[in-house]
Structure formats: C-alpha cells, structure tokens
Write a protein that binds this ligand. Structure first.
Ligand code: GTP
Length: 801
C-alpha cells in the first residue's frame, strides 16, 4: 500500500465523515492506499501550506483555494464536498445587522475570505472592525470577550444553542455570496506525478462520503470510538444533519464542482480586490473524465493498432514459448527443491536417530552412508566406519550370519519371494574399545532398475539393555524355581513356545521316577495324565493361557512308574508373555493328593451305602405305618383308623355344617359259608367284598373292616337318603355277584344299617351305635336288606327298592 496523508482543516468531527468511512470500509485500501487522516494542530493548521510544501499529499480547503490559485499557488481542486459553505458570523443577540459590527471585536481567520466579502458587501471595510485572533472558544462570545466570531453553522451554533445563549447568525449567502465549503485538493505537482493515485484517492473519498451520508449513526459511533470523543453524540448528530443539508447530496452529486461557480467565487474575490485582474483558473479544476482524442487520431490509431496486433501476435507467440520454458524450468526447480527438501528431511532423521542407519554397497561390501549415531554405538565415527569393510564392522561369527542372511535374501528375491527383501537378525558388533555390542539389525535389500540387488539399507539398534533385562528375567525365573524347589515342592517349568520343560527331582519322585528318567518336554507330562482327565487338564491350561483365569489349577490322575495312578493337584501361572499376550513361559507345582482323594472316595462310598439303607428304612417305616391302619386280609382300613377318622369327620361336619353318613353291613350267614366251603373260601369272599368297596367308593369315603365279616363305610358330606341309595347299590351288587373259588361258585348277601349325622347321633359312638342298631334291624327283618336308624322307638323302614 502506498502511504498518503490527508491534511484536515479542523479537528476530528463529522465534517470529515467521508474520509473515516473510506478508511473503515476499505475503499482506500482497495485503491492501494494507506491513508493517514491528520487533524489540524498548531503545526498543521494550514492545509494549503502542508500540501504545497509536501507535508501532506492532499488537503481539505474551502473557497479560498481559488484565491490562492489566482495568486499563483499551484493547487488543484479535486472535489467539492460541501456545496454551500457553513461558515457564518455569530454575534451577540443585540447586534442585529452587519453594520452593528463596526468597531466591534470580531474573531476571524485570515482565510475566511467569504466573511470579509460579506462584510464588504455590507459596506463594512475590513479596517472598520477590530480583528481579534481566533481563540476557537465560543465561550469568549458568551462571556463578552468578543462581540462576534466566525464559526460553522454545523458546529458552533450547536454549542451556543445548548448553552441557551441568544445570538445572531450572519451568513454570506444572504448577500448572494454562495461559496463552496470543504473542498478536496492537491498540488499540481502531485497530479502530474501520480494522476492515477489522485484519481483513485478522489474516487475512494467520494465513495466514503456516499457511505457516510447513508450511515451517519455508524460513522458517529466510529468517530466517538476511534477519533474523538470531544463532541457529544447529540452534537455530532446536529453536525451531520446540518452538513447533509449544506452538501445537498440529494440534488448534487457529491464532489461536483462547476467552473462557473468557481468563476463566480473568483469574481467576488476580484471585486474585493483580493486577486489581480489577469488571474487565470487554468488547471485549477481537476477533470475526472479522461481527455477526448482529436479527429485525425482515429485512422492513425487504427494503423497503429493493426501494427500493434501483428506485433502482439508475434510477441504473444514468443511469450507463450517463453512462458512454457519458464514453466518447465520452474517445475524442474520445484522438483529439485522438493527432492532436496525430502533428502534433507530424511538425512535429518537419519542424522538424529539413536539407531544407526546405513547403506551398504553389495559389490564393494563397503558402507556408502552411516549415520553419526554409529559413534555412540561402536566408538568409531561414521567416516571411520565408511572406510572399514563390512567384515571389520562385525565379529567373525556375526559376519558369517549376516553374509548368510544377505545371500538368503538375494536368493529369495531371485525366486520372486518379496518377503525376502526384509529381514531382522541379532548380531554382535565390535566397539572401538574392544567391547562387543549386541545389536538387532534390520535390513532391506535395494535393487536397481534391472532388479539386481545393489545396496542394503540397514538399521542397527543397540540391544545391550534388552539383553540385560532378558538375562535378569531368566535369572529371576531361575531363582524363583530354586526357591520353590527348596521347599520340596514338585516344580515344573515349561517353555510353551518350543515345548521344552524342566521337572524337579521331587516332581519325578512323586511318580516314582528317578532324576533322569523322564524327557524334558511338555508332552512328557501329558503322556502321563489319565486319558479320562486329559481333556479337562488341557482345557484348564488353555483357559489360563488365553488369560481367562488368573492362574491354572486342576486335579487329575497321573500314571506312576509302578503303573498305579496318583491323584495330583496341579497349580501354575504363565510367567512371561509376548508383547501380543501369547504365553511364553509357565511355572507351577504338583501336589500328590492321592491319600486325600482315596479318603474322599471312601467317604463318598460310605455315604452312598448309608443313603441306600436310609431309603430302605424309610420304605419299611412307610409300610409299617400302613400296616398300623390297614386290615391285613382285605387291605381296607382297620378299626383303629376308623376311630380316628370318624372322630375327625364328625368334628368337621359339625364345624362346616355338612351332612355325614355311616353305613355298617354284615355278610349274612357267613358261618354257613365257612362251614360249607372252608375258612379260605370265607377269606376269599371277604377280599372280594373289599375289592368291590375299594373300586366303588369316592376318594373321600373311608371303607373299614369293622369286625370279622362286618364292614363300616364313612361317607363325609353325604346325606342319609343318598347313603341309603349307596347301601342299596352295594347290597344289590353282592346279591347279583358270583364269586368263584376253586371249582365252586359262591354267593353272599349282606345286611346294611345306615345312620346320619346329626339326626341319628352327634358323636362317633352314637353314630356307629345307630348304624349298628339299623343293621341289627336288617338282620332281624330277614337279612339282605338296608335299614336306617329311625329314632326312638326305632322305626324300621323296609327295603328301599
Ligand atoms: N373265613 C373266615 N371266617 C370268619 C372270619 N372272621 C369271622 N368269621 C366267621 O364268621 C362267622 C360269623 O358267624 P355268626 O356271627 O354266627 O353269624 P352268621 O353266621 O354270619 O349269621 P348272621 O350274622 O346272623 O347272618 C363265624 O363262623 C366266624 O368264624 C375270617 O376272618 N375268616
């Protein structure tokens, strides 16, 4: 950006709103300008002088610019901002006319020529007033130190009004002196030297003014925030409104200036004798439109244009060639730069790596690059190592290993095995001080365009610390194992990866083996485990290897040397795992638990036997209990059980208010049957009768053998008439039945007595007694019939059928 300075004619206020807006909106920046807005101060109170002597590039003047120009100062008016000058003369209220100012103290600036013109037109010569240097303090008027002062209608009048001071305001316009107000200007020299800058600055300023008039509130904010808080917001709003009026922007384009009006202003000056008669305004007015071409110029221009076109084509062609060439060169330079950059990048990484990075030429077996860290690793500098052969950089054993690996890799690559390109080997390397440094070397075989291995890229890493840690770990394991063994425990130590194992002497002796009798393998263990237990053992081990159990624990049988089986409690834990979590080493113990297991087994067997006996006793007890309530011959309930049941049922009938009946019956003339067919025949009949009762009673009925050939049935919930029907059914059934016994067919009938609770008895005794009485009546009345107890005197009912 080009820095330019605009010299304002007064302090920051709305008078310069357009320039603030142009800055804030970026119009100046877009025009390539970095504009400094400099307010007036004691050193820069005269914008004309500032612009002419180069302290400022642009200035804000007023109509006096034309005066200065006529006097020969090389000024150029660029744009009129305020179409009607706001300059007025402010007087005490008692001074009514300009004439009243005669001999009065008037504060004026020499540049305020329009006021002098005004006074002259009013017939008041400059010598007739007492000119007082301007203090710019309007209070001087209020406090009577002066009688009048010059000021802006847009500025000072606000303060005077605000302080309620009565004043008069004389405007030159009232006498036709309509001067331009603020006008943007520069020097002729500037315009000639930087016409484009002048045009750009002018246009950006005018755009700024347009914006400011459209957004006065925003600019007022900006002024107060950024430039000056000297004036209140109300003051700035007043100023904005007044300036807008004077700019007449809705009638006249901002920046417009008319030669006629400038001419008129000049004439007023001339009238006042302030400028010579032969003055010229040539060059004073800036013309923003580009100059028009004279008539002869078109054909000439056409010819010139044709020539120019031909030249342009030729030049264009060469320019294109040139451009391509430049592009190609630029691309090459860029590629070169990038490759240098990436080479630099990798070199930086290599140089700063702790690992030693190296490149080996296969044919010469010499290093073409070795990173500086080799000095830390082997004591030699990179340069020294590069002077060594490969063999000198390794111990003889390692040289053999590396050579073999390289040969293998090359052979693999030749077969098309891409994985052979990279390998990793642990090798010992000699240190300058004679020590041997263990390293891990990873190599990558590099091929030329023909696919031939020409170089090896290698990375060597010092693994001294790792080796130490591994040794320490091994040492720890060894010590732990020894500690365990010293307790006499049977210790086992497995290398899960390669299947090798160590079993302590105690471990072996438990099974009757001598110290050297078993193989040192994991399989040797599995081979001795009982086949039935083996799946369980493997599962427990694998669960632990997978990390599902914190340790391994399993009881199983193992075959001893003498062919017998020992129960073993195996316990152990994975001691080392790979970085991926795979189990590497496992340590554990064996405990012979055969005796405990045998004892447990014996106890278990005794328990089983005991259990069987218990069950037998329970069956017997059940049978005994059954016998106690059942009749041995018929299987019906016995009399004892009847007594209990009847007692309970009578109580329940009483409680619930339900009916209850009892039927007692006796086989007729049974003695005859016994006598005729034998006692066993009688028994047979008794059982057959019992069977009928068993199948022909309800679940809640209780059928009992009451005496020898006498039966009693308790019928809970059954009313008397219903019970009589039941009795009759049985009676009929007995009568109709043929009972086979051997070669005989036997018949039997029964006499039935029925009684009901509570009508025939309220206690078990009363009830059975009533049923017995009814039975007696049935016998008495001829047997093979049903009678029920009918009360006292007993009313006997004949057969129901
Ligand atoms: N076979 C056999 N007979 C029995 C059993 N218990 C009682 N008796 C017989 O039953 C008969 C009962 O006869 P009694 O009391 O005289 O009466 P009855 O011959 O049935 O004549 P009434 O009762 O008057 O019809 C006796 O001969 C008893 O020996 C038994 O368990 N088995």
């Amino acid at each position: 950006l080009e820095q330019v300075t605009l010299q304002l004619k007064w302090k920051h206020q709305f008078q310069f709103a357009g320039y603030y807006a142009a800055l804030e909106q970026g119009y100046y920046r877009q025009a390539g300008l970095d504009v400094v807005l400099r307010e007036a101060d004691s050193n820069n109170s005269d914008p004309v002088a500032a612009v002419l002597d180069g302290r400022a590039d642009y200035g804000i003047g007023a109509s006096d610019l034309v005066l200065e120009r006529a006097r020969g100062k090389p000024l150029v008016a660029l744009a009129v901002i305020i179409q009607h000058s706001p300059l007025v003369l402010l007087t005490r209220a008692d001074l009514d006319t300009a004439q009243d100012l005669k001999d009065k103290r008037v504060m004026l600036l020499p540049s305020e020529t329009e006021l002098f013109a005004y006074l002259a037109r009013e017939g008041l010569a400059r010598s007739q007033i007492k000119e007082v240097p301007h203090s710019f303090q309007w209070v001087d008027l209020i406090e009577g130190r002066v009688d009048a002062l010059s000021g802006y209608s847009s500025d000072e009048t606000f303060d005077l009004k605000a302080s309620r001071f009565h004043f008069n305001q004389f405007s030159p316009r009232s006498l036709g002196i309509d001067f331009y107000g603020d006008t943007l200007f520069t020097s002729e020299a500037k315009l000639q030297a930087r016409p484009l800058q002048v045009a750009a600055f002018r246009q950006a300023s005018l755009d700024g003014w347009k914006y400011a008039l459209e957004h006065p509130d925003e600019i007022i904010d900006l002024i107060q925030k950024r430039y000056s808080s000297r004036h209140s917001r109300a003051h700035l709003e007043f100023e904005a409104a007044e300036l807008k009026r004077l700019m007449a922007a809705d009638l006249v384009e901002i920046g417009q200036m008319k030669p006629g009006r400038w001419q008129h202003i000049a004439e007023v000056y001339q009238e006042l004798g302030m400028i010579p008669t032969d003055y010229s305004l040539e060059g004073f007015l800036y013309d923003p439109t580009p100059p028009k071409a004279p008539g002869w110029m078109m054909p000439a221009l056409l010819a010139f244009a044709t020539l120019l076109l031909a030249m342009t084509i030729a030049v264009g062609y060469f320019a294109q060639l040139n451009r391509r060439l430049h592009q190609a060169l630029a691309q090459r330079d860029e590629a070169l730069r990038q490759s240098q950059e990436s080479e630099e990048h990798y070199r930086l990484i290599a140089d700063n790596s702790d690992d030693v990075i190296w490149l080996l030429d296969i044919d010469s077996r010499r290093f073409t690059y070795v990173s500086p860290s080799v000095h830390r690793l082997r004591g030699w500098t990179a340069e020294e190592v590069m002077a060594q052969s490969l063999d000198a950089a390794l111990t003889p054993a390692s040289a053999t290993i590396i050579s073999a690996r390289l040969q293998e890799g090359m052979a693999g690559l030749a077969r098309g095995d891409r994985s052979a390109q990279v390998s990793m080997t642990e090798v010992d390397q000699p240190h300058k001080d004679g020590r041997i440094i263990p390293t891990e070397v990873s190599t990558t075989l590099l091929t030329d365009a023909a696919g031939r291995v020409t170089r090896v890229l290698g990375v060597s890493r010092n693994i001294t610390e790792r080796r130490k840690l591994e040794a320490a770990l091994r040492d720890n394991e060894e010590r732990l194992r020894l500690a365990l063994e010293s307790t006499g425990d049977s210790v086992w130590d497995w290398n899960i990866q390669d299947g090798t194992a160590h079993y302590s002497d105690s471990w072996k002796s438990v099974l009757g083996y001598g110290p050297n009798e078993l193989k040192n393998t994991v399989e040797a263990f599995f081979a001795l485990v009982h086949p039935d237990d083996l799946p369980r053992v493997r599962e427990e081990l694998e669960r632990h290897w997978r990390g599902e159990t914190p340790n391994y624990r399993c009881e199983f049988r193992m075959q001893a040397k003498q062919d017998d089986w020992h129960w073993i409690l195996g316990r152990g834990m994975v001691w080392t795992r790979s970085s991926e979590g795979a189990p590497l080493r496992m340590l554990g113990t064996h405990l012979d638990i055969t005796e405990r297991k045998l004892a447990e087994f014996a106890i278990s067997q005794a328990n089983t036997r005991l259990q069987a006996q218990l069950e037998e006793i329970q069956t017997l007890q059940a049978r005994l209990a059954d016998l106690a309530v059942r009749d041995g011959l018929t299987g019906l309930f016995n009399r004892r059980y009847l007594d209990e049941t009847l007692e309970r049922e009578v109580a329940r009938a009483r409680r619930d208010g339900h009916p209850l009946s009892v039927i007692m019956f006796d086989l007729d003339l049974f003695k005859n049957l016994n006598d005729s067919y034998g006692h066993r025949a009688g028994d047979h009949i008794l059982k057959a009768v019992a069977d009928i009762l068993r199948t022909d009673t309800r679940a809640e009925d209780v059928a009992c053998r009451y005496g020898g050939e006498e039966f009693l049935i308790v019928l809970p919930g059954m009313a008397l008439d219903h019970a009589c029907q039941r009795a009759e059914t049985w009676r009929a059934r007995f009568e109709a039945s043929n009972f086979s016994f051997g070669n005989f067919t036997l018949h039997v009938t029964g006499s039935f007595g029925v009684a009901g609770y509570p009508d025939h008895g309220k206690t078990p005794d009363e009830l059975t007694h009533a049923a017995d009485s009814a039975l007696y009546q049935a016998k008495h009345l001829g047997r093979n019939r049903v009678e029920f107890y009918g009360g006292e005197p007993i009313a006997f009912v004949t057969k129901l059928q």
